[in-house]
Design a protein around this ligand. Structure first.
Ligand code: SF4
Ligand code: SF4
Length: 459
């Protein structure tokens, strides 16, 4: 069979040297989804293809079928990926819708980096607004207006704030939870955990799927940053409330917010969670987040913000065994693939804020991203009226995908990464450090998944 002379190495071929099998390389293709373990020599041959290759026509044909060799030009490949992302995005838009309640904008803590600090400029009365039973009823109606097919609603509704579980909001939270459960939903909560003990009557696995509780490092550090506006340091109370959730068999993810000043605390916290028995509870998880500086929103002199590069290097050097959330996502996806349970999936977005998240807020706004609640320019619509009124922001949020992002369209990782966080891109802050690091994040996550797979095969 005559070989196609225009064949060349595809721009979307991703090589990953396998630490568990020296001399072998994992080839991953960025839009066919092919994955193959090959001799590293073959990768060297492909890099220079067609120069000096002695591949048989069958091998070349196979490499072409997998996508590593292609007759498409660079422009044709980019156009293909852009179209692929657009189709993927269109189908995601038609699928699942996620809902959430911003129970209140009010909070009992005064964290210096909170991106909702900007809301306080609207005045105290505005930020003290909370959901009312009428608004809750209207939000449940609006959910059906947004997607009449209830089977396409995610069955977990998010409770968010401000702080969603303030003790004074017990009655409205009870109203939301009871109404949700009656209608076939359960709840996830993002909370600072301080007033959780006031909610013990509601803490059942029938009501709640999981909780995320944020802490800011070891006791002294945490207490300096996350203090109750009247009662002071919160560390011990929050720790005890995490125990309360576990006592009721409710899964908890502890998110440790870090910056340069408290990063070292994660090793101590890991040890502490082992000592008090949380670490070995299958319902307990801990992960680390880097506090991002959002200029003009959460700039705090007391914080020493780390860039992504520094954060990832510190995480790698720590003995906690914890990983970055993006690395974790890649690791999960490749682990499932290696264990034969699932095909590798592609994504066209950084998060569901670009597809189907609708957060109902107490002033009547609807938002898609947690970091934008209360910012009028990002409200995609209003539900506090007889029919939802959508705004121009809706098409901006739901129209964005990796295929129409100037920054990402040409990137070989586009359909694995999903692109930049939309809010950063809208506000002109591209995560160039993340892009720079993406190949190394992918490399670490895939190698971790592959090594685990090899070790499991041996036992
Ligand atoms: S847009 Fe960015 S900040 Fe907002 S939910 Fe998505 S990833 Fe998070
Ligand atoms: S954010 Fe960076 S790594 Fe991700 S798709 Fe865009 S350019 Fe590629």
């Amino acid at each position: 069979m005559a070989l196609d002379n225009s064949l060349r190495l595809s721009d979307y071929t991703i090589p990953i040297a396998l630490e568990a099998e020296p001399g072998k390389t994992l080839l991953v293709h960025g839009y066919t989804g092919a994955i193959d373990v090959v001799d590293s020599e073959l990768w060297q041959t492909l890099k220079d293809f067609p120069n000096g290759n002695n591949l048989s026509s069958e091998e070349i044909e196979l490499l072409g079928k997998r996508g590593y060799l292609t007759s498409k030009t660079t422009e044709e490949e980019r156009a293909y990926v852009a179209k692929f992302a657009e189709k993927l995005h269109e189908s995601r838009l038609k699928l699942q819708k996620n809902f959430g309640f911003v129970v209140t904008y009010d909070c009992n803590f005064r964290c210096p980096y909170c991106f909702e600090n900007a809301i306080s400029k609207h005045g105290t009365a505005w930020s003290k607004q909370s959901m009312t039973p009428e608004l809750v009823d209207r939000a449940f109606e609006a959910m059906l207006e947004i997607e009449p097919r209830k089977e396409l609603h995610k069955k977990s509704i998010l409770l968010y704030g401000g702080e969603p579980l303030l003790r004074e909001n017990h009655d409205i939270v009870k109203y939301i939870v009871e109404k949700g459960v009656e209608n076939g939903y359960r709840f996830s909560v993002i909370t600072n955990g301080y007033d959780l003990d006031y909610y013990e009557d509601l803490l059942t696995i029938e009501n709640f799927i999981d909780f995320q509780v944020s802490i800011d490092g070891w006791r002294e550090y945490h207490n300096r940053r996350k203090y109750h506006f009247r009662e002071g340091g919160s560390f011990d109370k929050v720790m005890s409330n995490i125990g309360l959730l576990l006592k009721h068999d409710i899964p908890v993810s502890v998110r440790v917010n870090t910056e340069r000043g408290n990063f070292k605390d994660i090793d101590r916290l890991t040890e502490y969670f082992k000592e008090i028995g949380y670490h070995d509870n299958p319902r307990f998880k801990m992960y680390v987040a880097n506090i991002d500086e959002i200029k003009g929103v959460n700039k705090a002199k007391s914080l020493k913000y780390m860039g992504k590069e520094e954060f990832l290097a510190n995480l790698k050097a720590s003995s906690s065994g914890l990983s970055h959330s993006r690395e974790e996502r890649i690791h999960r996806s490749f682990s499932r693939y290696f264990n034969g349970r699932k095909r590798l999936s592609f994504v066209a977005e950084a998060c569901t804020g670009q597809t189907g998240t609708h957060l109902f807020a107490p002033e009547g706004g609807i938002y898609t991203c947690l970091e934008t609640v209360g910012k009028k320019e990002h409200s995609i619509g209003y539900f506090n009226r007889p029919a939802i009124e959508w705004t121009e922001a809706r098409s901006r949020w739901f129209g964005k995908h990796v295929g129409n992002s100037d920054n990402c369209r040409d990137c070989k990782y586009a359909l694995f990464c999903g692109g930049n966080c939309a809010i950063k891109e809208f506000e002109g802050k591209r995560e160039t450090q993340l892009c720079f690091r993406y190949s190394s994040i992918l490399n670490d996550a895939v190698n971790k998944a592959y090594s685990e797979f090899c070790n499991n095969k041996q036992v």
